[in-house]
Design a binder for this molecule. Structure first.
Ligand code: HAM
Length: 418
């Protein structure tokens, strides 16, 4: 037997309705906000992620699935959705489309991480990206879209944390302050953070090592270093969220694990799913489009991990809508009856109902057992008598009552009674 690769999951037939529910909620939320679906390749040129996600991030340094293809090109499976959509925006000249351009995607992503609850090597993101809008209302709209999505799923158990990590100008000053602060502790910090101190001190704030966390707790706050424009922007975003009644806390420790962010960053976090508590994260990334060779176009978005949402919903008892079941199972007693049952169910299917019949030449008893397992709402058994009468008793499984119905009326009967 060949096993599934570590850090990946199968979606079994009796579980897929949960995925479909989450995806339906994603699509209907996106539609309500005027977002159109985009699809980009699962693999891209490695350089896209080096430039987009950033070469000082854990994702790029440790987690990418990178390989040379048969033509000798360096290819990477997408570790996240934003860079590919930004690449598409630049390459396809979408800045000349009506702006803001609002896009969404549901995509598999790949990160070579140590698997644990809520952390996989192949996982799926529902993400949205908005290009062209720099106003604080765009930030508020994107956060509101994420919050509406979680609400639609029936998730109550998250808190929203927001922060601003400033623009290039104020970040330079903040980075200098961080370097100064952390260089006093470099002996005590983990080797990775010592390296981060040189290359990108902001990344240190993301370290999970206990000793580093203690040092980080005394570090200067970005909020004290925001320039006037960034501070005003953040303040407007907050008052727009307040007006919408969106609850949040400001957490200056949120810096996100990707380098492209500017200004507003946010996360929806839960304590109900273990160490990997962030179900949704996002923020503004005003420099990415020009970094990828486009003009200067502001952008903002988020992505939510579908497996983490599922885990959260299961752990907190959120009810999924019941999976669909067949409207009817039509059994046949002999070859002629089976042939009739076969044409009856196909007629019902053409009219849009889910109907089932025997495909394994089973006894009527075994057919009924199977019908019960499928959860069929009605069952009917056709034999010689039914063939002669062109009518059959249709039994309602929920209460055991039955009714004789002419073959040609079965569709109407079911439509009226399911
Ligand atoms: P991210 O925070 O790296 O952001 O990932 C977004 C979400 O994907 C996380 O909150 C989590 O739910 C899920 N996720 C990440 N890694 C894993 C994993 N190994 N296993 C399971 N789920 C995972 C981004 O990817 C940005 N592109 C979000 C964004 C869009 N920012 C702006 N636009």
């Amino acid at each position: 037997m060949i096993n599934i690769p570590k850090g990946t999951k199968d979606v079994l037939p009796d579980q897929s309705y949960k995925w479909q529910f989450i995806e339906d909620c994603a699509r209907s939320t996106a539609a309500a906000f005027g977002m159109k679906e985009v699809r980009t390749p699962v693999f891209e040129h490695t350089e896209l992620f080096l430039r987009g996600v950033g070469d000082t991030t854990d994702i790029v340094n440790k987690e990418m699935y990178t390989f040379l293809d048969k033509g000798g090109r360096s290819i990477t499976l997408k570790p996240e959705g934003t860079a590919g959509v930004a690449r598409m925006f630049v390459e396809k000249g979408l800045s000349s489309a009506a702006l803001p351009l609002k896009a969404y995607y549901i995509t598999p992503c790949y990160r070579y991480e140590r698997p644990q609850a809520g952390r996989l090597r192949e996982f799926h993101q529902f993400g949205i990206e908005m290009f062209g809008a720099s106003a604080p209302s765009a930030d508020a709209e994107v956060i509101f879209a994420a919050s509406s999505f979680l609400q639609k799923l029936g998730i109550k158990d998250t808190r929203l944390e927001i922060n601003s990590i400033g623009c290039k100008t104020c970040r330079a000053e903040y980075n200098a302050a961080l370097r100064k602060y952390f260089s006093g502790y470099s002996e005590k910090m983990c080797p990775v953070c010592r390296e981060r101190l040189e290359k990108n001190p902001l990344r240190i704030l993301d370290c999970k090592e206990e000793e580093c966390r203690k040092i980080i707790s005394g570090a200067p706050s970005i909020l004290d270093y925001l320039c006037d424009d960034c501070a005003a922007h953040f303040s407007s975003v907050r008052s727009l969220l307040d007006k919408q009644g969106v609850q949040y806390t400001v957490n200056s420790g949120i810096v996100r694990g990707l380098d492209y962010y500017t200004r507003t960053v946010f996360e929806f976090v839960s304590t109900a799913i273990g160490a990997q508590g962030t179900v949704c994260g996002g923020g503004r990334y005003d420099g990415l489009i020009s970094e990828l060779g486009g003009s200067s176009v502001p952008a903002i978005g988020f992505a939510a991990g579908i497996e983490r949402l599922m885990l959260l919903m299961e752990n907190t008892g959120v009810e999924f809508p019941q999976p669909p079941v067949p409207a009817i199972y039509v059994a046949g007693m002999d070859d002629d009856s089976r042939a009739e049952a076969f044409s009856i169910v196909n007629g019902l299917r053409q009219k849009g109902l889910c109907a089932e019949t025997d495909l394994m030449n089973r006894s009527v008893k075994a057919q009924m057992k199977y019908a019960d397992k499928t959860g069929a709402k009605f069952v009917a058994v056709i034999g010689g008598e039914e063939l002669a009468d062109r009518a059959v008793n249709i039994k309602k499984m929920s209460d055991g009552t039955s009714q004789s119905v002419a073959f040609e009326d079965i569709y109407n009967y079911l439509k009226q009674n399911i």
